[in-house]
Structure formats: C-alpha cells, structure tokens
Design a protein around this ligand. Structure first.
Ligand code: PLP
Length: 387
C-alpha cells in the first residue's frame, strides 16, 4: 500500500492537534450561547473574546477590530459588497482590484458591476505581480475601495502590499487585502502595512473549515451582509461558532509562533521539488521566484494535460492541484496563469504543488519521482486511465 502524500495545502490543510484540542471543550461541554448571561454563556463568551485577542495580536491589530465570519469567501464578499454599498451613499461608484484575485473577490466584483459599479481589474506582469504605481494611476475621485490580495493561491506570488497601503492611505482610499494564503505563513502588520481591511480563513492555516475573520480598522466597518441578532457589535449577526473560533485562534497562534522556522523548512522542501521537476524536459516555472509563498510551486509541462496528470498522481497516492480547486473540473485553464501571460497550452498543462507543516523531505523526493514518471508515461501515451 502506497503512502498518501498531501501536497494541496493551498486548497485546505489538515487540522492541527492543538487546534482540535482547543475546540473539543466547546463542542462537548461548554455549549452555551455566548450572548447568554448565565455562566455557560459567559464561558463561551470568554472563549470568543480570548480568540479575538489572539487573532488580533497575530496581525498587530486591536481586538475590537476583529470580526468573525463563516469563511474567507464571506470576509471577501463582506469587504467588497459592504464597502461598496456603504460608500455609494457618498457618491463613490468605483472599485480597483486585480485580474488574479480569488473568485471570492472576482465574482463579488462582477456582482457589483451588475449593480452599476465600475470595476478596474489591474493586470499583472509575467510573474503575477501587480504594480503599486498602477494602483495609484487607477485611483479616481469616485474610488471607494482598492482590493489586492496579499499572496496568490495558485502561483504564490506575494504582492507589494505595504506600498499599495501607503498609496491608498495617502489618497484617503480604503485598502482591503485577501490574506487567506498569507496568514500564518508571512508576517502581517496591519498598522505598518496600512491595511484597512483584511480577510483570513482558518482552514488554510491548519484550523477548521468554515470559519474566518474580517479585520476592519477602527472607524470603518462595511455595511452588514447579515442582519439579525446583532452579534459582533451589530455588524455580523449569527450565533458565534465558538468551538471553531477557538480552534482558529489556537491554529493561528501556533502558526505564528513557528512561522520563521516553518517558512524556511517549506522553502527548502519546495526548492528541492522545484529542482527535481524542472529537470524534466519541457517544464517551465510559473510565478515569481523572488516574491513567492514558501510552500507553493507552480509549473507547466509541454504536451501534458493537467487533469490527466492529476489523475496519474492520484494513482500514485499524491494529492496536488492543477489551476485552483474551484476551477478544476472545468476545461478553462487558470485565469491567473493566463493573466501572467502563460500560453494557453502551457496553462492547460500546469501543476500546483502546495506544501504544509506536515510534509517531509522523503515526501518531497517521492513527489519528484511521481511527477517525473507520470509526465514520462503521459507523453509516451502510457495512460492508466485507458489501460
Ligand atoms: C481559500 C481562499 C479563499 C476562500 O476561503 P474559504 O474559507 O475557503 O471560503 C479566498 N481567498 C483565497 C486567496 C483563498 O486561497
């Protein structure tokens, strides 16, 4: 029986033991509603507020600026739609974002276009980088918001967030960043980087799925998406998911404590795999070698169908991705690769290996071996799918 190798950590991650331990008491015993005044409620309330402090500390924010949501997608939607709705009342009707955002941002922006908003989608260079100067040039008197992701989920390119923050702050424009891939992996300081809103999602840093955060700098909160019992200081209704919030905080705290060491380890594993895979003829690296998440490797192969490659790798017990999880299964190649100028055929033959805290050196070598064999087999027409 082959060992299962999980190399799709940009899609989701395994729950850490510490996160699970932090969740269990609230799943089993302390089931009170955090809004109730009896002691079981107060116990739950304490857990939520303790988590809020831990998460705030991780991004150098005041605890009062942290709002719990149901996922990264909700945080992104709230930041975009809530801000647009709020600032429309002041005559603002323009939003700036980029062509390489996650669909949580891109589809929210499309929906705002249907509501009459004007959206500028900034291009990227061949490494998938947005220029801060392009952000400055796109700003108009009617601009309500700039939303540029911290790090890309497909190719790992890290954006010049602090530079963009600086420009937006000077122009008096709100700046949101989707930091779902960066949180727990890269240092974040919302004060220093002049970030007004920031999205996170627990399941990308070894926390549970289905819980996230939107940070909103004091003095501004987007209009509500969910109205109801006025939880989260009246801004995000719905009974708090206490156990998951506690698990998220424990996971982020743990990730931040070991951040530097983990980043170095992931980068070294990633480089080992990169070297091995780029030795295969007709293979190209996608993304930015200089400004890249430590755990993400994206490559394209000539004369390979990405989906077929994933299938071959799965047979070898290796879980990886082609394009993003949300778009695999569709025939369209990744919008990120195409935006970075990768030719259509090569975008079709792409592979994303994304590493996490549980990957080992032995696994790295097995990934190289598995990918090399699979590419050779596919190019030679030895396809398991048919035989
Ligand atoms: C995963 C991801 C999201 C969506 O987060 P969910 O919690 O899965 O909704 C948003 N943006 C980026 C960059 C992501 O990688």
């Amino acid at each position: 029986m082959k060992k299962f190798i999980y190399a799709d950590n940009a899609a989701t991650t395994k729950l850490s033991d510490r996160a699970l331990d932090a969740m269990m008491p609230y799943l089993r015993d302390h089931y009170g509603n955090p809004s109730s005044i009896y002691s079981a409620g107060r116990e739950a309330h304490r857990a939520v507020e303790d988590a809020r402090r831990k998460i705030a500390a991780a991004i150098h924010a005041p605890a009062g600026d942290i709002y719990f949501t149901s996922c990264g997608t909700e945080s992104d939607n709230w930041a975009l739609k809530g801000t647009a709705r709020r600032l429309k009342k002041e005559g603002k009707n323009h939003i700036i974002t980029t062509v390489i955002e996650h669909h949580a941002i891109l589809h929210a922006a499309k929906s705002l276009e249907e509501d009459g908003f004007d959206v500028t989608y900034l291009p990227v260079d061949t490494k998938g980088r947005v220029s801060a100067e392009a952000v400055r040039e796109a700003i108009r008197p009617q601009t309500a918001l700039v939303s540029v992701m911290y790090a890309n989920n497909e190719i790992g390119t890290v954006q010049p967030v602090a530079e963009i923050g600086e420009i937006c702050r000077r122009e008096g424009i709100l700046f949101h960043t989707d930091a779902v891939q960066a949180a727990g992996i890269l240092p974040i300081d919302v004060k220093e980087q002049k970030i007004d809103m920031l999205s996170m999602s627990a399941h990308k840093f070894n926390g549970p799925k289905g819980t996230g955060v939107l940070y909103c700098r004091k003095g501004f909160c987007p209009d509500n998406l969910l109205d109801g019992g006025a939880q989260e200081r009246g801004h995000r209704s719905g009974t708090e998911n206490v156990a998951y919030i506690a698990g998220m905080a424990a996971a982020l705290e743990e990730a931040c404590l070991t951040m530097e060491e983990k980043a170095a380890r992931l980068a070294s594993l990633r480089d080992r795999i990169q070297e091995g895979i780029l030795a295969i003829p007709g293979t190209y690296l996608n993304g930015d070698e200089e400004n890249r998440l430590p755990g993400i490797l994206n490559v394209s192969f000539e004369k390979i169908d990405g989906e077929a490659l994933l299938f071959e790798l799965d047979l070898k017990g290796i879980a990886a991705s082609s394009g993003s999880a949300c778009t695999s299964g569709s025939v369209d190649p990744s919008h990120v690769l195409l935006a970075a100028g990768v030719p259509y055929q090569l975008a079709h033959g792409s592979l994303r290996i994304s590493l996490g805290r549980y990957n080992t050196e032995e696994e790295a070598d097995q990934i190289v071996k598995g990918v090399t064999e699979a590419v050779e087999d596919l190019r030679a027409g030895r396809v398991s799918r048919n035989g």
